[in-house]
Each structure stands twice: as C-alpha cells, then as structure tokens.
Design a protein around this ligand. Structure first.
Ligand SMILES: NC(=O)c1ccc[n+]([C@@H]2O[C@H](COP(=O)([O-])OP(=O)(O)OC[C@H]3O[C@@H](n4cnc5c(N)ncnc54)[C@H](OP(=O)(O)O)[C@@H]3O)[C@@H](O)[C@H]2O)c1
Length: 319
C-alpha cells in the first residue's frame, strides 16, 4: 500500500496563514494521526487564547528554541510518541531561511518523509522573469537548497497566488497598488483592469494543504498550482457594485505609474516595496495557468468570486 502522511508537525502555526493551515488540519484530524505544532515560548506566552483553542481541538503543542537542534530532532522523532512523518512550515517572509536547518534536520531523521516549505503565494518560478524579482530571493534559496542538498526527504510547494481575503480588501496604505473600499465605494484597479488574477481564500489554502496531504503521490516533489477562482479586477468591481447596490468610483493606475512607484519604494527602502512588486507580477498575468492542479487533488468545492466579495463586504462593514 502506498504511503500516506499520518503524523503532521506544523511550524509557524499562529501566523497569518498558519492559523488557517492548522485549523483545517485540526478539522480533518480523523484522517491523520498526530497533529502538532512547534512554537516559541514567546508565542505561548503572548498568544494564550490561540494556543488554548489549538489544544482544545486536539493539537499537541511543542515549545522551544529553533536553534536547539537536539530538541527539534527529538520532536521530529516523536518526542516519546509516534514519529512525525510530515513537516509543514508556514514561517513569515522574515524567517524563510530559518527553514534550511529544519530541512537538514528532517533529511537526517529517517522517519520524516515529506516537508512542505513556506510558500502559499506567488509562483517564484513562473517564467524567465521570475529569478531576479526581489520578493522571491529567500524562497528561491530554499528551493535551491532542496535541489542541491536534500536527497531523501520529499517536498511539496503549495502555490496559491494571492489571498482573496486580502486582495479584495480595502488596502489603505498604498492604494495605488489596488483596493476595494466598501465604505467609500471606491476601487483602484491596475492597468485597464481586464487581466484576470488567480486568487485563493485563506480557508481554501488550508483545505488545499489537507487535499495535498491526502494525495501524497500527486503532490510528491512538485509545485502544486492551485486556486479558488480567477477574476479580472473589472469583474470584481462589478460584483461589489451588484452586492452593494451602488455605482463605485473607479481609478485605473497604468503600468508605468506602478513601476515608477515601485522603483521609488525600493530607493526609499520602504517596507511596501514587496507589495508593489507582487502587485505588478499579479497584474502582469503571472498568476495564470492553462490548467490547475485542483482536480488532481480532488478539490472542486472552492470559494467563489461572489462568496469572496460577500465576505469582504461583511468584514469591511463590521467595524
Ligand atoms: N499569497 C498571499 O497573498 C500571501 C500573503 C501573506 C503571506 N504569504 C506567504 O505565506 C507564508 C507565511 O507568511 P505569514 O504572513 O503567514 O507569516 P507571519 O504571520 O509573518 O509569520 C508566521 C509565523 O512564522 C514564525 N516566525 C515569525 N518570525 C520568525 C522568526 N524570526 N524566526 C522563527 N519563526 C518566526 C511565527 O511562528 P509561531 O506561530 O510559531 O510563533 C509566526 O507566527 C510566507 O511564505 C508568505 O510569503 C502569502
């Protein structure tokens, strides 16, 4: 019988996307064995409610220092219980390289079979224009490390494109990169607003992780290209107008203006630089593919444009 991931250990589980990953794993617990997280003492101290919710849903909590490699190996090996065979990492952008020692430790722990590195976003190897993009550099280093140094351990990259929950929100800081502001009934769209963007809801990212775990042969040693739905900004605006019953004020930002703003953001070392670059990549159509891997994972019941707009309206009008 072919191998199935059974005991899953998650790093980064209380972060933005980690919360959705662990929530969906906990919901699917009956399909797996142990579900656990490894986190810092600081997170346990500062996020007691999140930790309690996880414990209540049957998730085991391991606490310690990532630099304590003996401890990580002990946890990988099961910490006295059944060994973990699968590691899921959801570290944030600033901690992407912290995964490399975790990968090496997993490679040298025979019971660990599969590693999901922190991806869950833009395709960092979409085409020949991808390698120099600044936001991709750390994730590219992780992929290169896997290619060059990891021989036994299997990997899966879950490439989801932008999150619909964020993309369809009111981006208040750099509105020139695109925003859907329900209260002001204003939208900013990039270019002419006609190029579709492939989006995944954060709940679907978690559900897709579960689907990838349940289809280990399909997901073995590859980048899965998945999504919830694809829509151009103009269709998103039309849907907001339909659901709010009003005409919206729409501004279009040409590519040259976006590229100029992006350049300035890097010159000023702005923390928004990454957002400018990613929005350009998405507006250029580089989230699009001829086919998706959803079907291979048996994943057909996804969030829709209508559902995502409804959720955005509810969230933006709740406060
Ligand atoms: N597609 C999209 O639109 C989109 C949007 C945002 C992010 N992403 C991607 O999703 C992945 C996760 O990002 P995120 O925004 O969810 O991350 P995040 O919330 O910034 O951080 C996730 C977790 O990483 C751990 N962490 C943070 N700093 C650390 C450090 N210095 N050393 C060790 N661990 C550290 C923490 O784990 P604990 O929970 O254990 O404390 C934290 O909760 C990234 O690959 C990112 O690029 C995609």
């Amino acid at each position: 019988m072919s191998w199935k991931p059974t005991n899953i250990l998650v790093f980064g589980a209380t972060g933005l996307i980690g919360k959705f990953l662990i929530a969906e794993l906990a919901k699917a617990k009956s399909s797996f064995g142990r579900i656990a997280i490894f986190t810092s003492q600081n997170t346990v101290d500062t996020k007691p409610d999140a930790i309690k919710r996880l414990q209540d849903s049957g998730v085991e909590i391991f606490t310690g220092d990532l630099k304590d490699h003996e401890l990580i190996k002990h946890v990988y090996a099961g910490a006295g219980g059944s060994p973990f065979d699968t590691v899921v990492n959801a570290f944030g952008r600033n901690a992407i390289l912290e995964q490399i020692p975790l990968l090496d430790l997993a490679e040298s722990t025979p019971t660990v079979r599969r590693f999901f590195p922190s991806e869950y976003g833009t395709d960092i190897e979409y085409d020949e224009t991808s390698p120099p993009e600044p936001p991709h550099q750390l994730k590219l280093k992780v992929r290169a490390h896997i290619r060059d140094h990891i021989k036994r351990l299997e990997h899966t990259y879950l490439v989801t494109g932008p999150y619909s929950d964020l993309y369809l929100g009111a981006f208040k800081v750099a509105t020139e990169t695109g925003t859907y502001d329900v209260k002001a009934k204003k939208a900013v769209a990039l270019y002419d607003g006609n190029t579709p963007v492939s989006l995944t809801s954060m709940t679907d990212v978690g559900r897709l992780l579960v689907a990838a775990l349940k289809h280990p042969d399909v997901s073995r040693n590859r980048a899965l290209k998945v999504n919830s739905f694809t829509a151009p900004p103009n269709d998103i605006i039309k849907e907001f107008e339909k659901q709010t019953g009003d005409k919206w004020d729409v501004k279009y930002v040409p590519r040259e203006e976006l590229v100029e703003l992006e350049k300035k953001a890097y010159e000023q070392n702005s923390p928004l630089s990454t957002a400018f670059t990613l929005r350009r990549i998405w507006a250029d159509g580089k989230t699009l593919y001829k086919t998706r891997d959803n079907e291979e994972l048996g994943f057909t019941d996804t969030q829709t444009l209508q559902g995502a707009v409804k959720q955005s309206i509810e969230q933006q009008t709740a406060t």
